[in-house]
Design a protein around this ligand. Sequence first.
Ligand code: 0X9
Ligand code: ZN
Length: 296
Amino acid sequence: AFSWTAYYDVDDIYEYLGNVSKEYSNWTQLVVGGESYEGRQIVGLRINTPTEKDEPKKIVFIESGIHAREWITPATTTYFINQLLTSTDPKITAMRNQFEWQIFPTVNPDGYHYSFTWDRMWRKTRSKSTFFCYGADPNRNWDYNWLKNGATSNPCNYQTYGGSEPFSEKETRTLSEYIQDLDNLLAYVAFHADAQMLLVPYSDSVEHIDNYDDLVKIGKTSLEYGYKVNGEKYDGPATAAEILYKASGGSMDWVRHATGTPLVYTYELRGKSFHWPPDRIYEQGDEVTQMMLGLF
Ligand code: 0X9
Ligand code: ZN
């Protein structure tokens, strides 16, 4: 059975999503956000409780696992899914009912599987570049300021190869098309590990976007809510250029630029160099649940 005291490979996560989509079939569905190089689907759960109103709800999109080795992020997003589905806390059920949720725990399923089976520190996709070198960084491959900062054109770089062209990776290309087709996108939240920060667009410039002040204000409330759970301080909210490093071609920046979605955030969770202990997934999961209550 699926739990939050262990880490699971992509097939087990998809089985969990399939099971809950059947258990709550009146108001949840599996959704396919794209496909991977090795032919896996990018599976998400849509949560949309019935409403009296005529107009559709605004969508909150959650992306996690774009970096394969950041295992705490799929664990946390499935934990959060479980909270939305089963919690009886009126604040959580109200948040659930207010929006349409689209939650994708593993948007880089090939890389995630590879980090389970061959190389625990794998970060990239698994597309073949040269005889010896595989994969591009799926958070450097989106078509906005591609390769401008903090990315490399060397396919053998283990970390930040941007790909042969913008959207060269099937995962980012198909997922971006899916995102572009969504109407009513209110928020896009990406989860990473392990810098313990809250980042806002853009990631390759210190200039501030038009609603930066609102994003920071709302983000601060989110961090305050999170702090109450475990007393953990996160840096930010700020741009990556100011508190981390400049990095172009990330999903958050493309989403902001291409869709104009008002609320766009990247949470860098805690992590101990990607080896967050499985018996402490709860701790991170509860923190993130409160952080989401602070956002919405
Ligand atoms: O470098 C990254 O992609 C992220 N940090 S990580 O250590 N998890 O790799 C930061 C992402 C910041 N956001 C964008 N660049 N869009
Ligand atoms: Zn990451």
